[in-house]
Design a protein around this ligand. Structure first.
Ligand code: GTP
Ligand code: SPV
Ligand code: MN
Length: 595
């Protein structure tokens, strides 16, 4: 089949046809399949994936429509050390990104791609990010030789005909070229060319490396587009909170990878707050625009969830467990002998025997984990029992608060409100978080992760902060900005705050602040709750434990500010002077204030 065959007679974009032809000439696949996104096509691809062993069907009585995928054991997480921003100048990428000259990247990866799809099928996947018909939606087309990636894209995006019809005869689409190669980590590269609206990814089949709609387009490339076009692409969940009076407000929250976005986006209120209702708009990425009313409005560019499995249980996230009951793909979880899934923290006893994530026999006394710590589920948003009825609204939902959060065993209090926009940007820009299994490398090391975008900003992070500051005058009704930390620990290493559904108590305080119904207590670093202002009904938590969760320790914060200073120095002259000044002022205040 050739790219101009009858199968794609309805492709009106000459540029798209040409790009697919060029990609096919380079990679030389045996077949080209243009995905139309139909359910019959999905059925056919699922059957093929099962036949070739890429997917293992799970027990249809226990998990109807569900499949297990076991990845290559060397390919289980994002690989930030081989992720490159290939802008014309290194300065555009900045020191927090790896940079490769565009010519060099095209040529090195081009060599690897030569003939790389021989004997394989090339899938051409047109997709829409954002509600179809939204003025804020964008079109991407991904080429891949992985049937697992093609099936996952069908869950994660609005895929197929809708992409082609939105594109029409335009040449305005993101070009994503993905090839599995031989999964040799030495030949693994994820390269972004924002100036060409292009991504080339080779040598990995893992989510963020290979589903190019997600981190590569919807964050790295989109953040670049957002700077040019005056909007934000952020690593944020979007959640709606309906109070007992029936009034719904929306919060967007940026937490780093594996730090609680999916969980917060679909939390189940604790019984004492049972008259509240929570709705998910998005769980990972938000595109934010300034509306005609001067507020920030958010859409979720995605159509599915690629979520962390371990720790997900009927207790911690019952809504997730419900949505995983059917039509989902599980990657690198353990399998029970009767064809169901299992992972650590599922809160059900492991059966006496399991197949671990690599397919080996596993017993409860085995030393290794049964599921990979970064094992994941891929499930359509339509499966979510608390999906917001506004998820398809073309202009999105209005945002009342932005929340920045990290995973910090120490230092960061449960919640704190910024004094104003500049201070909020500072809090986001300087937040720290412990590394997790979502990226290859050491786990549990605190690093600065500005706005949870350290691995996802598609350009110089100092310029990215400048964009946040430059947008302020246009946002005449700005959301209030907060910081949270669900992960502070006591001296024994136990979490001080119960987390999960109980986090609604903190969100309730945030809304009460916005309504002017609570005063809080002003500190040097922002406003924290008086313990009595938190709704603790039905929650057993010792006063001392809560005090520790809310505490601001001056010595810890002096250390924190010193670390922020080093971070700013490393980034260098692109750091906006306003952030430098605020850092100096806060550092001085911490040194001198005696309160
Ligand atoms: P990405 O998909 O990588 O962006 O992750 P995420 O930010 O969506 O994180 P997710 O909600 O999947 O949570 C990651 C891990 O943290 C899971 O193991 C959760 O069970 C755990 N977790 C989430 N929320 C909380 C919380 O409030 N408290 C505690 N202690 N753990 C939490
Ligand atoms: C993350 O790592 O932030 C994820 C998973 O959401 S991935 O899609 O791999 O980026
Ligand atoms: Mn994420």
């Amino acid at each position: 089949m050739t790219p101009d065959s009858a199968a794609n007679a309805n492709v009106a974009s000459h540029t798209l046809v040409q790009w697919v032809a060029d990609s096919a000439r380079l990679t030389q696949p045996d077949n080209i399949v243009w995905c139309d996104g139909s359910s019959s096509e999905r059925e056919r691809l699922l059957q093929e994936a099962v036949k070739s062993g890429v997917l293992i069907p799970l027990n249809p009585r226990k998990r109807p429509g569900c499949y297990l995928h076991r990845s290559n054991p060397n390919d289980v997480a994002r690989t930030e050390h081989v992720t490159f921003i290939c802008t014309p100048s290194a300065e555009d990428a900045g020191v927090t990104n790896h940079w490769m000259a565009p010519d060099e990247a095209y040529s090195r990866l081009g060599t690897m791609l030569e003939g790389s799809m021989r004997g394989r099928t090339m899938y051409v996947i047109p997709y829409v990010l954002g509600p179809v018909g939204s003025p804020y939606a964008k079109v991407g087309v991904q080429i891949t030789d992985s049937i697992y990636v093609a099936l996952s894209m069908g869950i994660m995006t609005r895929m197929g005909e809708c992409g082609l019809s939105m594109l029409g005869d335009s040449d305005d689409f993101n070009r994503g070229l993905h090839c599995t190669l031989d999964l040799n980590p030495e030949r693994r590269f994820i390269c972004h060319f924002p100036q060409d609206n292009t991504i080339w990814s080779v040598g990995s089949g893992y989510g963020g490396n290979a589903l190019l709609s997600k981190k590569c387009f919807a964050l790295r490339i989109a953040s670049w587009l957002g700077r040019d076009e005056g909007w934000f692409a952020e690593h944020m969940l979007i959640v709606g909170l309906r109070n007992p009076e029936g009034h719904t407000r929306y919060i967007a929250a940026a937490f780093p990878s594996a730090c609680g976005k999916t969980n917060l986006a679909m939390l189940l209120p604790p019984p004492a707050l049972g008259r509240w209702k929570v709705f998910t708009v998005g769980d990972d990425i938000a595109w934010l625009r300034v509306g005609p009313d001067g507020r920030l409005w958010a859409i979720n560019p995605e159509n599915g969830y690629f979520g962390v499995a371990p720790g997900t249980s009927a207790k911690s996230n019952p809504n997730a467990m419900r949505m995983l009951a059917h039509d989902s793909i599980f990657t690198n979880v353990a399998m029970t002998p009767d064809g169901d899934v299992w992972w650590e923290g599922m809160d059900v006893e492991p059966p006496p025997e399991l197949f671990d994530w690599q397919g080996d026999q596993w017993r409860p006394d085995s030393a290794a984990k049964a599921a990979h710590p970064n094992s994941r589920f891929t499930t359509p948003i339509a499966n979510n029992p608390v999906l917001s009825p506004h998820v398809e609204d073309p202009c999105g939902v209005p945002i009342s608060a932005i929340v920045f959060g990290g995973r910090r065993a120490t230092t960061a209090p449960l919640v704190l409100e910024a004094k104003d926009w500049l201070h909020g940007v500072f809090i986001g820009a300087t937040m720290g978080s412990e590394t997790t299994a979502a990226a290859a490398g050491r786990v549990g090391v605190v690093r600065r992760d500005p706005m949870a975008m350290l691995p996802f900003a598609g350009y110089n992070i100092g310029d990215y902060w400048r964009h946040w500051l430059a947008m302020q005058p246009r946002i005449t009704e700005p959301p209030r900005i907060f910081m949270v930390n669900w992960f502070r620990k006591d001296v024994h290493g136990a979490f001080l705050w119960p987390g999960f559904g109980e986090n609604l108590r903190v969100l309730k305080w945030i809304l009460a602040r916005i309504d002017g119904r609570v005063e809080g207590r002003e500190t040097l670093l922002g406003t924290v709750p008086e313990p009595a202002e938190l709704d603790l009904s039905g929650l057993e938590i010792a006063g001392e434990q809560l005090r520790l969760a809310l505490a601001i320790d001056r010595d810890e914060w002096k250390t924190e500010m010193a670390s922020v200073g080093k971070f700013f120095d490393r980034i260098g002259r692109s750091v906006p002077e306003q952030l430098r000044e605020l850092h100096r002022a806060l550092s001085n205040a911490l040194e001198t204030d005696r309160s």
